[in-house]
Design a protein around this ligand. Structure first.
Ligand code: GLV
Ligand code: MN
Ligand code: MN
Ligand code: MN
Length: 417
């Protein structure tokens, strides 16, 4: 399809961010956990991709889903082409039982920001694309920001292809079932080279904007973080016939390890460590588990400190497990180092949005991967609960519109330098 000119005189769709979020919220509600569960390439996530494509088409954008499952919706310059593009967007996958805003807010705001620009009759001198990245949360295949890691080559593609979901299906198999050729998954230097500037708008996942009485903030840096699986192996046995003195129960070791993780992080200023997922195998009420897998999420501004926190945890875990006659194995699943956003771009955003505080975040984002390759910035929108990765995550309608307006201001400035 040919370039769509901004002068095309379709009236701007009368969508609001809140209206778009209401549409998104019809998809993927999790009646069991509460909130929304939209693993990448699930029916819910695929339905939201289709929803996005329809909204992009309605705005006259040229849409393309690339070989890695990234959606690009292009608003072309009058001369066409994709070089030095301004790209904005976020993700539509969610954590299990997540909130309505983490990911979708950035996608909905991008559409509404574009509406503002089209309604103003802005004639961009650079192309604009809205991007939707797959598997930002790493909820299905374990690696956070898998889409941008594959696109940039930050993860070895053979390793990525073999990542398994909870059903044991690999990323390659699931991608194939979703209509992608698994042999074509991999680094896409051409797609990356098109990005001149990347801006991700995201719901705030903390309280800073509440405290500062501001609707919108500007990102400065992202706390380094990683995920490790600890597999504690003992002896599976019968809950009724096995004396309490005669057990090698990995669940007991796991309980001690969870406490040790908390204590280790508390002893290290600035560290955060969490066990949010634990799986006993085989998982029966009357069965002493043979193995317990638990997942450690650890974060600290200094990557060397994160590594030493994990090393301390592993050493403690070995002792705790040995006391139960169990063993522990540690596997790194994904690591993201501490990153800062482009300072020139950030300062420029501060000039455009003088009231917006500049803030650091403890949450990971595709912007954290992309900033290692292209000038990248983030905008945050106030969350009055301060809670995220939970159904309690929230954004007021007025703040959502203020976010989209701020994004539009930034995009307009970048598009017409
Ligand atoms: C993703 O949201 C993360 O920070 O884990
Ligand atoms: Mn998230
Ligand atoms: Mn997110
Ligand atoms: Mn994230």
């Amino acid at each position: 399809s040919g370039p769509t000119h901004p002068s095309a005189s379709t009236p701007a769709p009368a969508d609001t961010v809140a209206g778009l979020l209401a549409e998104i919220s019809r998809v993927g509600a999790d009646t069991h956990r509460g909130g929304y569960s939209r693993p990448v390439f699930s029916t819910a996530e695929l339905d939201l991709r289709a929803w996005f494509l329809a909204h992009a088409a309605k705005r006259g954008l040229d849409v393309e889903t690339d070989r890695n499952g990234v959606i690009w919706a292009w608003w072309h310059t009058p001369v066409g082409g994709t070089a030095n593009a301004v790209v904005t967007g976020s993700h539509l996958d969610s954590v299990p039982g997540g909130g309505a805003f983490d990911g979708p807010l950035g996608v909905a705001s991008a559409l509404v920001a574009l509406d503002f620009l089209q309604a103003e009759g802005l004639r961009p001198e650079r192309p604009l694309a809205i991007a939707v990245f797959p598997e930002e949360e790493g909820s299905r295949f374990g690696v956070a920001c898998l889409g941008t890691r594959v696109l940039t080559g930050a993860i070895d593609v053979n390793l990525a292809r073999g990542l398994r979901d909870q059903n044991g299906d690999t990323f390659a198999e699931v991608a194939a079932r979703s209509g992608f050729d698994p042999t074509l998954l991999g680094p896409d230097p051409e797609a990356l080279a098109r990005i001149g500037t990347f801006i991700e708008l995201h719901v705030e996942q903390g309280r800073e904007l509440i405290d500062r009485h501001q609707a919108v903030g500007i990102g400065s840096s992202i706390l380094g973080h990683g995920r490790w699986r600890l597999s504690v192996t003992g002896q599976g046995n019968h809950a009724g016939t096995t004396l309490m003195t005669d057990r090698h129960d990995p669940m007991i070791a796991a309980a001690g390890i969870v406490m040790a993780i908390r204590d280790t992080a508390r002893a290290q200023p600035g560290a955060r460590a969490t066990v949010g997922r634990l799986e006993p195998v085989p998982g029966g009420t009357n069965v002493i588990a043979s193995r317990v897998d638990l997942w450690l999420d650890a974060r600290h501004p200094d990557d060397a400190v994160t590594a030493s926190v994990v090393a301390t945890i592993l050493a403690e875990a070995r002792l705790i497990a040995a006391a139960e006659g169990c063993t522990v194995q540690l596997t790194e699943e994904s690591v993201s180092r501490t990153v800062s956003f482009d300072t020139g771009l950030r300062d420029h955003l501060s000039l455009l949005l003088p009231d917006a505080p500049v803030q650091h975040t403890g949450a990971g984002h595709d912007a954290g991967i992309l900033t290692q390759y292209v000038p990248t910035a983030m905008l945050f929108v106030r969350n009055p609960t301060g809670v995220s990765h939970s159904p309690e995550e929230y954004v007021e309608d007025d703040d959502a519109e203020a976010g989209a307006l701020a994004l539009a201001r930034v995009l307009a400035d970048l598009l017409v330098p």
